[in-house]
Write a protein that binds this ligand. Structure first.
Ligand SMILES: Cc1cc2nc3c(=O)[nH]c(=O)nc-3n(C[C@H](O)[C@H](O)[C@H](O)COP(=O)(O)OP(=O)(O)OC[C@H]3O[C@@H](n4cnc5c(N)ncnc54)[C@H](O)[C@@H]3O)c2cc1C
Ligand code: SF4
Length: 488
């Protein structure tokens, strides 16, 4: 445990942010590091509650009180070992996780919860700085070969676990560099891409092969996969974007968030020319969709130098407090305000876009909205109703559609003969991540639908355990939350 009286002595503290004026001038991360003494005090707040609900709050089952205690005692290398025993990539989750663990922290019942995510980030950053994170290739190799399709957090976690079990792992990625949404969705101001490259170097040194710019299903077909590999894992994400099929949606200036964000991440990475340049500079921008993707569009538009940025959300504004029906330790649907929201966007709730308006050349110049209300019905989903007389016209030259994803692409899944549900999430059976085709597995957003990085890592790890069992008859890879040998 941390210090017995730590939670009484120290208030919660997390890294602060640079001022908005300064941070929006570039795409760099903008958190201000904390001193070691402050971090130890935060670890000291963990109060040995007996039943650590944070363990079950974390989809990885991270051993949170153990690493908090190690941090409190200044045993950073031990903390890094504990953390990596359940999480392959704490540098991703330590920056980007919404931290369901903190919502389940016992201290959070009547105080501010332990700042678990921030502690996690600082443990892994210390470990990289001190050179403790080095390649650990397996001592021996099996003769089994595994193909992983997709290099997002699910694919990378599965790759590292399977490689540790001694299998020869090839990761296929259709983008030019690995990382999935970590690289081409999430902007650099939330996570600079050298953070991914640093980890990829370790994975390559461990013996994992990455084949980029290879679209499986197009450049490599199902037969080739079956012939060349003993097992195949689909980690292709949930990439089919939700559309807004209303009048004017084909106007120039109505753009999918996932065209806007990847292009900007490539621009930040040094790519100079694009066929259709999408810039928010000097425009009135409206971001439709109030989630993570919408928030990333806001921060990016502000960095482009947009004239104004508004954010529409069709759901009503949630409260900052836990809603009554979502008690501790469950994840509550409360109002979340991101660092991007605070950079100058105006947010509107219970609002629906009815029509885009164009000029004579087909360029977007505005849009029409109406306020909506959600009518509750006993035993059924609430229905959406427009509030009469609330139509409004807005000036807008760039509308960014950030309304989520409807499922996964099916090309390679169809070639392999895989079953999917109505949302095109690939079906896996008996909790072993194997599809209806023996030897073909699925993990991450392609199995569970649009989700979180922490879930993708968790699924990649669990799938690896089952693939190893399928190949070898048994597996020494860890189950969820069990932790493997403490190693960095
Ligand atoms: C803009 C945005 C911001 C987000 N922010 C956060 C956040 O802050 N915190 C958080 O926890 N989650 C966030 N998420 C969600 C999170 O990024 C995803 O849940 C997570 O990345 C899913 O991981 P994955 O490995 O399943 O798939 P992905 O990360 O989507 O990776 C799938 C990869 O597979 C590749 N691929 C697909 N099909 C093929 C094929 N046939 N051949 C070869 N390669 C293929 C794709 O190119 C891609 O690289 C965000 C999502 C978006 C879109
Ligand atoms: S991965 Fe996310 S849920 Fe798990 S301990 Fe870290 S911040 Fe909490």
């Amino acid at each position: 445990m941390g210090k017995i009286t730590g939670f009484l002595e120290f208030d919660r503290k997390v890294e602060s942010y640079q001022d908005v004026d300064k941070r929006v001038k570039n795409y760099k991360e903008f958190t201000v590091p904390m001193k070691e003494k402050e971090l130890k005090e935060q670890g000291a707040r963990c109060m040995d509650c007996g039943i650590p609900f944070c363990h079950s709050g974390c989809p990885l089952g991270n051993l949170i009180p153990d690493f908090n205690d190690a941090v409190y005692r200044g045993k950073w290398e031990k903390a890094a070992g504990i953390l990596h025993s359940t999480n392959n990539f704490p540098e991703f989750t330590g920056r980007l996780c919404p931290a369901p663990c903190e919502e389940a922290c016992v201290l959070g019942i009547n105080e501010d919860p332990v700042s678990i995510e921030n502690i996690e980030k600082n443990i892994v950053e210390t470990a990289f700085e001190k050179g403790w994170i080095i390649a650990q290739p397996p001592a021996t190799r099996t003769e089994k070969k595994v193909a992983i399709i997709g290099s997002g957090p699910a694919g990378l976690a599965a790759a590292q676990q399977l490689n540790r079990a001694g299998h020869t792992v090839t990761v296929f990625e259709r983008d030019e560099k690995p990382g999935g949404l970590l690289r081409y969705g999430i902007p650099d101001f939330k996570m600079e891409k050298h953070v991914i490259d640093r980890r990829l170097k370790v994975l390559e040194e461990e013996g994992i092969e990455f084949k980029c710019s290879v679209h499986v299903g197009v450049d490599v077909n199902a037969e080739e996969l079956k012939n060349d590999f003993d097992a195949v894992v689909l980690c292709g994400g949930a990439t089919v974007r939700r559309n807004l099929p209303i009048k004017g949606s084909n106007l120039k200036g109505v753009v999918q968030a996932m065209d806007f964000l990847p292009q900007n991440n490539r621009r930040v990475d040094g790519v100079k020319k694009f066929e259709n340049e999408i810039l928010a500079t000097d425009k009135d921008v409206i971001v439709i969709g109030g989630g993570d993707t919408g928030s990333d569009c806001i921060g990016t538009s502000i960095r482009h130098g947009a004239k104004s940025v508004s954010n529409f959300e069709i759901m009503p504004m949630a409260t900052e407090e836990r809603p009554a029906g979502q008690p501790w330790p469950f994840w509550p649907m409360r109002l979340r305000t991101s660092s991007s929201h605070k950079e100058g966007a105006e947010r509107f709730f219970s609002i629906s876009t009815k029509e885009f308006i164009g000029d004579k050349d087909g360029n977007l110049k505005g849009l029409i909205t109406a306020e909506v209300e959600w009518i509750k019905q006993a035993g059924q989903r609430p229905i959406l109703k427009e509030v009469e007389g609330t139509e409004k016209e807005w000036k807008c030259e760039l509308a960014l559609l950030a309304m989520g994803f409807t499922g996964s692409e099916m090309t390679i899944a169809e070639q392999l003969g895989l079953e999917a549900d109505a949302r095109t999430n690939i079906r896996a059976y008996e909790n072993n991540y194997m599809t209806n085709v023996p030897g073909v597995f699925v993990a991450g957003d392609q199995r569970r639908g649009q989700s979180l990085i922490v879930w993708a890592i968790s699924e990649g790890r669990q799938a690896a355990y089952h693939i190893d069992t399928f190949l070898m008859g048994e597996s020494y890879l860890p189950f969820k939350g069990e932790g493997d040998l403490p190693r960095v």
